[in-house]
Write a protein that binds this ligand. Structure first.
Ligand code: SF4
Length: 246
């Protein structure tokens, strides 16, 4: 029996595509050999997407005049910040159709955290997210994201897969046609999963849903607030097993 696979974005090099700056790839066998049975992967390589070749000189995050820029490691006049921002914006409509995203760690474009930020003298002064990942996470705060390294850890892997399934049901259900009744029904199914993470969060979201009424823009905004808060709550580990029912 075939199943409808859930659309999920992925840093292209993780699928084994040779798009890295050094001409290599970072094929992740768990993604390619296991998750592909359940997820329909949509590859993104922002650096190739903005026209940088393969191979290409490496780039990195640099704090310049209190602004985060992405510039060449050797050629400091090479500044691809604006191109990466434009790429992120241009791919938003595609990302809106996804129910999760797996990013490559450590990349100045794709890393979600802990990417080294340099000052103009070349010293590491901080760490943060790569530009493309940061733009996607800011634009889609409820979208489940994970770095591939976390897929090796059972709890984090299961947590990501659970969030993807829940978000997919939200995106293709309530979000497609938000009504107060649909929101209440979704919350009723999610409540035990939320409570197993954070009882206060579950209560707050229950109150939000109980006060939902009407339709149109206000309800759509309330629904956006609900799912952003719910997905943030679900990122926490569950204190006891709980299952979202379809
Ligand atoms: S980490 Fe991102 S930008 Fe770098 S090669 Fe992989 S997909 Fe491309």
């Amino acid at each position: 029996m075939s199943i409808d696979r859930i659309p999920v974005g992925v840093s292209s090099c993780l699928l084994g595509n040779p798009v890295r700056y050094d001409g290599d790839h970072k094929r992740n066998s768990y993604i390619v050999d296991t998750l592909t049975a359940y997820f329909d992967f949509h590859p993104f390589c922002p650096e190739v997407g903005i026209g940088l070749g393969v191979p290409r000189p490496p780039i990195r995050l640099v704090m310049m005049d209190n602004e985060l820029r992405v510039v060449g490691v050797k050629n400091k006049k090479q500044d691809v910040t604006d191109a990466l921002k434009a790429y992120s914006l241009a791919r938003e409509s595609e990302v809106a159709q996804l129910s999760g995203f797996i990013f490559k760690k450590g990349s100045p474009s794709c890393g979600t955290e802990g990417v080294a930020i340099f000052d103009t003298s070349g010293a590491v002064v901080a760490s943060g997210a790569g530009l493309f990942a940061a733009a996607i996470m800011a634009r889609f705060p409820a979208l489940p994201v994970v770095e591939e390294r976390h897929l090796q850890e059972t709890l984090l892997r299961e947590n990501f897969v659970e969030r993807v399934i829940i978000y997919h049901q939200w995106r293709t259900g309530v979000a497609a046609a938000p009504t107060a009744q649909a929101l209440a029904a979704f919350h009723a199914r999610l409540e035990s999963s939320l409570t197993s993470r954070d009882g206060d969060c579950a209560r707050r979201l229950g109150e939000l849903v109980a006060n939902a009424s009407g339709e149109g823009g206000d309800l759509a905004r309330l629904a956006d607030d609900y799912i952003a808060a719910a997905m943030a709550c679900l990122r926490q580990p569950a204190s006891q097993p709980a299952h979202f029912t379809a």
